[in-house]
Ligand binder design. Structure first.
Ligand SMILES: Nc1ncnc2c1ncn2[C@@H]1O[C@H](COP(=O)(O)OP(=O)(O)OP(=O)(O)O)[C@@H](O)[C@H]1O
Length: 899
């Protein structure tokens, strides 16, 4: 029997005499069944008293295989031989974190803050790991090495490494792998798995094992180890995978560590055990140690505290991270075993750091909650939640020339999901946690689903795979901003001085037909610190951004162009191209250069839009060529998420220009801003705020904070090129103090007529430019089928009157309603969040709600602003008039629509 629930009391460990001699015990009291049952006391024996040392009331605890006995008429509970005690099981600890914690608890923390830097050992290590995977998949060594090195061309180039030298070193490391693989211990029946994703719901651990052989974990280390035994922390890492396998009922008693550097050493110079492969036995003691270590991390993270180094038995004396550790401790005023150096950053910066550190850790927990849904929700619930595509029928798997696999399956229904082509997802045989699952990249997502994976798996289910990568990069951005940011920059960020402006634009006219846009370009050119461009819907943000970049490059600046989404990055590049950027850049650089010589787009092949692939910087190729392409480009474009990558973190710019800044969290914006001396943020804080799961400081963008604090450093673009006068009126009045106006008479007067539509052919209720239709439906869960029928009728009526299906878009508040409507029409149907940044001639909005106004559309008026400002010539609102009229804001909307 397992007992699990919140702790209500934690006793101190003490020693008692038993018939087996002196033993330690600690009593803890918990409320089983998630806190709903009466409290019970469990005696933790022996080493499990360690859990009591770290736990505190309020934490969740799980005791597995509890011994239950009757004593004087009462049931007593205690840990038994098979028991494990898990503190905060919902907190998922990564196996690599357990390993670094064993080395030193501060190391664990520092790794979190500074991420994985771009350095040669890291890149070489990655290549060796990839070659290892290839060898397991039966690939030829030389072709694998050549290809893997080529794939890392950009990183190697930035590190100033030559292909030959790296190939040589990798080959010598790979000799260890090859030798070991051909030792004869392997037979055809040997089961191999490479890069295996493992999650343990019971122990709260996740990770990716380098390989499993006959069910035993094999870990590859690119360092050397001349002792007979593996290093302790390495053993712990392999043992953690063994523990997860143990949970799945796979008995694991050995692990293997492969120290590849051992084969590169010269026997005459080194003494000791040079054999690379070191097996060791994994007994129960080691598994328990893994759980106890993991518990220490989970307990420390419970109240988001910062480790001091005293938590583990580390010796600072020999630590290669000692200086970094002392600097971080010194600057953030943290207690640390290594000591502190340097002066602390000012109090307000530390408070800021702490606040955002905490907020990001809360976000991490939300990611863990997403993981938990993988096993807590039934497949059907997950599908209903749009988090999985289930019931797939495998159509086959095909091995690719590079040893990876292409899996195909047939969809058996028309359900929608959050998954998109290009996403990384979890492909499984139907059981993503306890069955066989592989990380997959989605290639095609239509009637037929196509994914690529490392190993074949019968593709029955595809799940959204929650990732902590984003949280990790945001933490790093926070760290870089506070600890590495220039004092002048921080004075502005922390409101110690106002942003300053020079007069570089000196009366120049950049845009002659739009005063606010022209002023915005000047402001950006003149900004010594920051300029803020506030762009309501359709006001030419993208156009202004392109003009600004040209002006900045003409002045000799190197510019980073960034945005929250790939789409916005590519739109800005498109505008830059349309404005003939080649010519303007020619003025600053010798000779005629093409767009592709001036602009480098950093991003994945699936992320970058097709028409910008010609300027995409491949990561793969000749190191020197790639590195100089990136270094020398006057304009580098990448999403803010890629600005946190180890390649981009090494780049520096004069100016960072960030679009969609109002949709970014502060650390998300900082990821781009950190890379430049000055920055320009473009956004609209009256549209969608940052998308975050937790409710905390991350919900307010840096754009909003700065524009509220420094309106003088901002310009609002006030002429819009999208909507007719009638359509824009409500948004202008409600969100922009009536300041938003059509840019030209043509924009104001545009009409369905311009599309060749005779409004006489439309039902009277749709004849106006803004209309309201009440279908009198009922909300059922997150759908309203009657309303969906009516939306489809409305769409059909526009089509019958001559509007092209491509010119119509439907917006609904819930994905379930999106699916409901999609079943009834072929036009684009999506949620507000997915519509931000785009527009259509005709927009139909489905409100779903009847009775009460609840749902994402209503919670935040900014969503409505987005929904109502997507339409150019006609907007039809479909909803329940009584429900809408119950709220003053929606009542005003209703009156405007019915006018
Ligand atoms: N000064 C201008 N002169 C002429 N056309 C312009 C001007 N500014 C913008 N436009 C045109 O107006 C349209 C909308 O501009 P743009 O796409 O830059 O808007 P946006 O603010 O980025 O839109 P969104 O709200 O979707 O982000 C485009 O077709 C653009 O070419």
């Amino acid at each position: 029997m397992n007992l699990r629930g919140p702790l209500v009391d934690v006793g101190d460990p003490r020693e008692v005499e038993t018939r087996y001699g002196e033993r330690s015990l600690a009593e803890v009291t918990l409320r089983p069944e998630g806190g709903t049952a009466d409290p019970v006391t469990v005696t933790l024996w022996g080493k499990w008293t360690h859990a009591a040392e770290h736990a505190e009331p309020g934490m969740d605890i799980l005791v597995t295989d509890v011994d239950e006995s009757e004593y004087r008429g009462e049931t007593t509970y205690a840990t038994g031989k098979e028991s494990f005690v898990v503190v905060e099981p919902d907190f998922l600890v990564d196996v690599t974190d357990i390993r670094s914690w064993v080395q030193c608890s501060r190391m664990y923390y520092l790794n979190k803050l500074s991420g994985i830097p771009l350095n040669y050992p890291v890149v070489k290590g990655t290549i060796v790991h990839e070659v290892f995977g290839d060898l397991l998949r039966g690939r030829d060594l030389d072709s694998s090495i050549d290809e893997r090195i080529e794939e890392r061309g950009l990183e190697l180039g930035l590190l100033g490494r030559e292909t030959e030298e790296v190939a040589d070193e990798v080959r010598r490391n790979a000799a260890a792998i090859e030798g070991w693989l051909s030792q004869g211990v392997l037979t055809d029946e040997d089961e191999w798995r490479s890069e295996y994703t493992l999650i343990s719901p019971t122990f709260g651990i996740k990770g990716r094992a380098d390989a499993l052989r006959r069910g035993s974990p094999v870990e590859l280390k690119t360092g050397k180890n001349l002792k007979r035994d593996p290093r302790f922390q390495d053993k712990i890492q392999a043992a953690a995978y063994a523990l997860i396998l143990h949970e799945r009922g796979v008995p694991v008693d050995t692990g293997t560590l492969l120290y590849t550097k051992n084969t590169t050493l010269d026997r005459t110079e080194e003494s000791g055990d040079l054999s690379p492969a070191k097996d060791f036995s994994i007994g129960r003691g080691l598994l328990e140690f893994v759980v106890r270590t993991r518990n220490e991390i989970a307990a420390m993270e419970y109240d988001v505290s910062v480790p001091t180094g005293y938590e583990s038995n580390s010796k600072c004396q020999y630590c290669f991270e000692k200086d970094t550790c002392m600097v971080v401790s010194g600057r953030l005023g943290q207690e640390s075993k290594a000591g502190q150096i340097g002066t602390p950053v000012p109090e307000d910066e530390r408070a800021y750091f702490d606040r955002f550190y905490r907020a990001l850790e809360e976000e991490r927990r939300e990611v863990h909650t997403e993981y938990r849904k993988l096993w807590e929700q039934s497949p059907e619930e997950r599908a209903d939640d749009d988090r999985a595509i289930i019931g797939l029928e495998p159509l086959g798997s095909e091995e690719q020339p590079d040893g990876t696999w292409k899996l195909r399956a047939q969809k058996t229904d028309d359900a929608v999901s959050k998954l998109r082509e290009g996403d990384v997802a979890l492909a499984s045989d139907g059981h993503p946690v306890e069955g066989h699952a592989e990380l997959a990249r989605i290639v095609e997502l239509g009637e037929e689903v196509v994914v690529t994976t490392d190993e074949p798996v019968p593709l029955r289910r595809l799940d959204v795979y929650p990732s902590e990568l984003n949280v990790a990069r945001l933490l790093t951005a926070l760290h870089d901003a506070v600890l590495k940011g220039s004092p002048e920059r921080k004075d502005v960020l922390f409101d110690r001085r106002d942003p300053e402006f020079a007069d570089r634009s000196a009366g120049e006219t950049y845009i002659d037909n739009n005063e606010a846009q022209d002023e915005a370009v000047s402001l950006a050119v003149d900004a010594d610190d920051v300029a803020l461009i506030h762009g309501p819907p359709g006001t030419g943000k993208t156009y202004t951004i392109a003009r600004t970049i040209r002006a900045l490059v003409e002045d000799g600046n190197r510019v980073l162009l960034s945005a929250f989404t790939n789409r916005a990055v590519d739109n800005a590049l498109e505008a830059l191209r349309d404005q003939g950027f080649e010519d303007s850049a020619e003025q600053s650089s010798a000779g005629g250069r093409r767009f592709a010589d001036n602009v480098v787009r950093v991003g994945t092949e699936s992320g970058v839009r097709e028409d910008m692939l010609d300027v995409r910087l491949s990561r793969s190729g000749d190191p020197n060529t790639l590195a100089s392409a990136l270094h020398d480009a006057p304009v580098v474009a990448a999403t803010t998420a890629s600005c946190g990558s180890r390649v981009m973190r090494e780049q520096s710019f004069d100016v960072a220009l960030v679009d969609e800044a109002s949709q970014l969290t502060e650390p998300g914006t900082l990821a781009a801003v950190n890379l430049a001396d000055r920055f320009v943020l473009v956004g609209d804080h009256k549209q969608l705020p940052p998308v975050v799961r937790a409710e905390n400081d991350l919900q307010t963008s840096l754009f909003q904070r700065l524009i509220e604090a420094h309106p003088e450093a901002s310009v609002m673009l006030d002429r819009q090129y999208r909507m007719s006068q009638r359509i824009q009126a409500f948004a202008s009045a409600e969100f922009y103090d009536g300041a938003l106006r059509p840019a030209t008479g043509d924009v104001a007067a545009q009409h369905l007529r311009d599309l060749g539509v005779d409004t006489g052919d439309l039902p009277t209720e749709l004849a106006d430019q803004v209309t309201f239709v009440d279908p009198d439906g009922r909300r059922v869960g997150n759908t309203n089928p009657t309303e969906a029928d009516r939306v489809a009728d409305v769409v059909a009526a526009y089509e019958a009157a001559g509007v092209d299906a491509d010119d119509i878009g439907v917006i609904a508040p819930f994905r379930a309603q999106v699916a409901e409507i999609s079943r009834r029409t072929d036009v684009t149907v999506d949620t507000v969040d997915r519509f931000q940044g785009s527009s259509k001639e005709v927009i139909v909005v489905s409100f779903v709600a009847t009775g009460d106004l609840d749902g994402p559309l209503f919670e935040d008026h900014r969503r409505i602003n987005v929904a109502l400002t997507r339409a150019k010539k006609a907007l039809c609102l479909v909803g329940d008039a009584d429900a809408l009229a119950s709220d003053p804001f929606y009542d005003r909307m209703l009156r405007w629509a019915r006018r």
